[in-house]
Design a protein around this ligand. Structure first.
Ligand code: ARG
Length: 298
């Protein structure tokens, strides 16, 4: 089973897309219906897109708050098309599995949780790490991606270990777990670290290129994507959190191990469960792996 699976999966993904449309057209059964609620009364199979299932009513569309750009999770191509791992997963989970049209709305990451709780959108999909602080304000889906905090520096930099950052200035995105990791380094250095916080990650990368910071602390695959496109930068190498945990650690230093989740308001349990079922379904049927392969080589 070496070479063909790719082709097969691709064909399958197309099929899933069509299946999603069929589900939209009123053909119930979009896979994940294991809820077996007793009210299976089907209300005479109306042909409208919503109400395709018993019991719970799903909306026709869902607004998704996200801070764009955060490549490769959410970004616009040069012709303005929204792409990214989160965007493709949203398509598979909401549209294809649940028959709900996903609409991404661009929003500041720093205020994204309060915006969710204010009702500005229904969920957050923004490469968002599940952590305790956030878990007190929102509810998360099951994890859908593993990430690590990493340190990106200029290629000709003399920084080769985390301790080399002592006394220096690092750049982070405001309100992120990268900012938390920088704070932790700062206390590790007895306060001897300056942290510059940028509203969006591209500004932190610019600051690195322009020598305004010596490093950017940020999620591994996002740093990696930038490094792939810019010969001037590299990861700080070494072992770290991933190696300590005995995970198959990436070849660069990892400060943390994190999991991304989709965030919901705390009163949105039923919807969250449907989304969890859909996430499980796309992991099972190969769609998740197919999407993963489109954005990540490893
Ligand atoms: N994973 C990090 C966090 O949750 C960074 C997420 C930033 N996402 C974005 N779309 N800008 O804090």
């Amino acid at each position: 089973m070496s070479d063909e699976p790719n082709i097969d999966r691709r064909a399958y993904l197309t099929t899933v897309g069509v299946g999603g449309l069929a589900a939209l057209a009123g053909c119930a059964g979009s896979g994940a219906d294991t809820s077996g609620s007793e009210s299976d009364t089907d209300e005479a199979g109306t042909e409208t897109g919503s109400g395709m299932e018993s019991g719970s009513t799903l909306p026709d569309s869902v607004d998704i708050g996200s801070d764009i750009p955060y490549r490769p999770f959410e970004y616009k191509t040069t012709d303005g098309e929204l792409k990214g791992f989160d965007v493709s997963i949203a398509q598979a989970v909401f549209e294809d599995q649940l028959g709900i049209t996903p609409n991404f709305t661009d929003t500041s990451f720093d205020t994204i949780i309060s915006s969710l709780n204010n009702g500005n959108f229904r969920v957050v999909m923004s490469a968002m790490t599940i952590n305790e602080t956030r878990d007190q304000q929102v509810d998360f889906s099951d994890p859908y991606f593993t990430a690590y905090q990493t340190i990106l520096v200029l290629k000709d930099s003399d920084i080769t270990a985390r301790t080399d950052l002592k006394g220096k200035t690092v750049g982070v995105q405001k309100g992120t777990t990268g900012a938390n990791a920088a704070e932790e380094l700062k206390s590790e250095f007895g306060g001897d670290l300056a942290i510059k916080r940028y509203d969006q990650i591209p500004a932190a990368f610019d600051a690195l290129i322009n020598n305004q910071v010596v490093a950017v602390i940020n999620d591994n695959t996002v740093n990696g994507e930038f490094a792939d496109q810019n010969d001037a930068v590299r990861f700080v190498e070494g072992e770290g959190a991933a190696a300590d945990a005995g995970k198959n650690a990436p070849p660069y230093l990892t400060l943390t191990i994190e999991e991304y989740g989709i965030a919901f308001r705390q009163d949105d349990d039923e919807f969250r469960q449907r989304v969890n079922e859909a996430l499980a379904a796309i992991r099972e049927d190969g769609t998740y792996d197919e999407i993963y392969g489109q954005y990540f080589s490893g």
